[in-house]
Ligand binder design. Structure first.
Ligand code: F6P
Length: 319
């Protein structure tokens, strides 16, 4: 293996830059040439490539986002897109590909890598923490802390003005961020895609609590489970309590990566290059039980088991 390429794809996550830095610098230390592919799969299809050196990744360790840019690209699902991507691989003599991204990115890498015999290794980076078989993705810790800061701020006004708040966090198919911040933020309840919402029961509990003298609530909503504004309106209608909604949105995707996200990124960057050098492909690297491990793409892209009931019960008990 002489030349590897690295790309970031799907939604950006804080920590992608440190991961790129580790791939480039560790790759160079192993006598590899490292090529950056810009805008994810789109760049592979459209030949947006550039050789990276030690200096190309200076000063990015503390930056959110990705210097390689990223995109959601469905073209790689077409035969034409795959063939063009493969032509770029051949033209630039790329012997292996490091794919930094989430579930959708690994699904694409699994399919493309096997079909065209391109050695692909994934580095899990997504705020959603939706990669099966590993503990946590790069960026999830940063996003949780960003959302938690916002919830702590909302707590001040919710308590002072004695209101109910519905706070919508990211997570289209996955309630991980919602569960993590609801527990850490001492929130009263959480609504996630993994557990069917019983709005009547939730409102009944709010009214019961209000009768006992409780005056403020924060309910965290994962975006995949509805719109904060609609849920807030239903709560007002059913409880007569003043309810406000907040959508945190893309704020959660930006910002300086935390130490947890950076350390993870740097360790996994090295591990991904080692995988390629040692001839192990079609897999993702990740930390499980505190150690750097590998999980094959077919397992990594399966639905991650969150043990949502456990988290939900604990949130409710500790309220
Ligand atoms: O990257 C994951 C994620 O942030 C999800 O939590 C969210 O549903 C989605 O991306 C939003 O994607 P986009 O920025 O393309 O609208």
């Amino acid at each position: 293996m002489k030349r590897i390429a690295v790309l970031t794809t799907g939604g950006d996550a804080p920590g992608m830059n440190p991961a790129i830095r580790a791939v480039v610098r560790y790759g160079i230390s192993q006598k590899l040439e490292v090529t950056g592919i810009y805008r994810g799969w789109w760049g592979l299809i459209n030949e947006e490539v550039q050789v990276l050196n030690h200096r190309s990744v200076s000063g990015i360790i503390n930056q959110g986002g990705t210097i390689l840019k990223t995109a959601r690209c469905t073209e790689l699902q077409t035969k034409e897109g795959q063939e063009r991507a493969y032509n770029t691989i051949k033209k630039y003599a790329i012997d292996g590909l490091v794919v930094i991204g989430g579930n959708g990115s690994f699904t694409a890498a699994h399919d493309f890598g096997l079909k065209y015999k391109v050695p692909c290794v994934g580095i899990p980076a997504s705020i959603d923490n939706d990669i099966n078989g590993i503990d946590v993705t790069i960026g999830a810790d940063t996003a949780i802390n960003t959302a938690l800061n916002a919830i702590d701020n909302i707590r001040d006004t919710a308590t002072s003005m004695e209101r109910v708040f519905v706070v919508e966090v990211m997570g289209r198919d996955c309630g991980f961020i919602a569960l993590a911040v609801a527990l850490a933020g001492g929130c009263e309840d959480v609504i996630i895609p993994e557990i069917e919402l019983d709005l009547k029961k939730m409102c009944h509990d709010i009214v019961e609590g209000n009768i006992r003298g409780k005056v403020s609530w924060i309910i965290v909503l994962a975006e995949g489970s509805g719109h904060a504004q609609d849920i807030a309106k239903s709560i007002t209608d059913m409880t007569s309590l003043e309810t406000r909604s907040v959508v945190l949105g893309h704020i959660q995707r930006g910002g300086r990566p935390t130490a947890v996200s950076r350390d993870l990124a740097l360790r996994l960057g090295q591990a991904a290059v080692d995988c390629l050098l040692q001839g192990r492909y079609d897999r993702a690297v990740g930390i499980s039980c505190g150690r750097v491990n590998e999980v094959d793409f077919a397992t990594a892209i399966k639905k991650k088991e969150l043990n949502a009931e456990y988290w939900h019960n604990l949130i409710r008990i500790l309220t």
